[in-house]
Design a protein around this ligand. Structure first.
Ligand code: GLY
Length: 357
């Protein structure tokens, strides 16, 4: 097992990464001083795969457990669903010391985290991410939220988990598409922060896709380490944490215009390349580095070009989000592999060119 410590004073926590960790959950919770009742929030698919093992493990360690299931889908991240979870928690007589365990991907993590942050003004929150995307990104850093109308992820909190438990074995039941989706966020860390991690992907992407255990563990470990380092510097996302949004400005536009048919990682992959093209057209990113970026993304099984979507609509979607929050469109652009800069000065015509290129 590998460990990353995310250091945030009293809110510091450990991220455990390894194969077979779900049968150690009870012990890890007890080590953190938790006992009594525990609530697992998950979806039916994840429950059928891992719910019973985890429930038995917790029960064996003396916890009284309930498992609350919500259907799959981004639309579950709503105040209504949070309300129904509050009711279940009250019926279970959950207390301020009762941990809420998010067992699932980004939707479950965001929703369960929002509920944990708000129920009784905050109860202990445990992340057990079951997708690569959640293991390398969304389970770390304490961003929890629900959606409200067109306000995606805008009703929420910074609420750090007590621990993150990333079991590499769980990734074996992912589809190749879901695995690629997570790889997009992991590749992102190579571009924004760590050129050696980027080279690691160039050398090993096929074996990573084939789920070589030690390589996948390394990917999750190195990604978690970078995310922890960035979050430690800027928990509230006023400055450097912005760089984690590399590929996301255009990515969010693509997701919105495709009505979320394009998956998050796919949209981010296209967004990362488009941002690379913008930087190249601005005379900053070297052509060779842009080619390396496109090549790794392609090898990871991700799209490199905007699907059959109207570039104008994507630009409108990008502008719309910002307009309702009265802020400028901010881009994270690569200077070179391993280093990015933040700018609000990207010409709209350059965005269009990058999208249709
Ligand atoms: N996923 C971006 C962040 O956590 O800030």
């Amino acid at each position: 097992m590998k460990e990353v410590r995310l250091k945030l004073g009293n809110s510091s926590y450990d991220i455990y990464i390894g194969a077979g960790l779900i049968v150690q959950i009870g012990q890890l919770l007890k080590k953190a001083g938790l006992d009594g009742k525990a609530v697992i929030i998950t979806n039916p698919k994840v429950k059928s795969l891992y719910g019973d093992v985890i429930e038995q493990n917790l029960t064996g360690e003396g916890f009284k457990v309930i498992v609350l299931q919500i259907p799959e889908g981004e639309e579950q991240k709503s105040l209504e669903v949070a309300g129904s979870l509050y009711r279940e928690l009250s019926t279970f007589y959950a207390e301020r010391t009762t941990p809420i365990i998010a067992l699932g991907g980004g939707v479950i993590g965001d929703l369960a985290g929002f509920v944990a942050a708000t129920f009784l003004r905050g109860v202990p929150f445990i992340q057990i991410p079951t997708t690569l995307l959640a293991q390398v990104d969304s389970s770390i850093g304490g961003k929890v939220a629900v959606n409200y109308g067109r306000l995606k992820n805008k009703i929420g909190a910074f609420y750090q988990p007590r621990m993150v438990i990333s079991d590499i074995n769980i990734l074996k039941t992912l589809t190749p598409e879901d695995l690629s989706d997570g790889l997009a966020e992991a590749i992102k860390y190579g571009v924004i922060w760590d050129k050696e991690l980027f080279s690691f992907f160039e050398s090993n992407i096929d074996r990573i896709k084939a789920l070589d255990e030690s390589l996948v563990e390394e990917v999750v470990f190195r990604s978690a380490k970078i995310k922890a380092e960035v979050v430690e510097k800027d928990e509230r996302d006023f400055a450097i944490r912005n760089i984690l949004n590399y590929g996301h400005t255009i990515g969010h536009g693509i997701e919105a215009v495709s009505e979320f048919k394009v998956q998050h990682g796919e949209a981010v992959a296209i967004g990362m390349i488009a941002a690379g093209k913008i930087s190249h057209k601005m005379g900053i990113l070297d052509k060779n580095e842009l080619i390396r970026l496109e090549s790794v993304i392609k090898q990871a099984g991700l799209p490199t070009k905007v699907p059959d979507l109207d570039a104008g609509k994507i630009i409108d979607a990008i502008k719309h989000d910002k307009k309702i929050l009265k802020c400028k469109v901010r881009f994270i652009l690569p200077k070179s592999i391993g280093s990015v800069f933040i700018t609000e000065e990207v010409n709209l015509s350059l965005i269009r060119e990058a999208l249709i290129d």
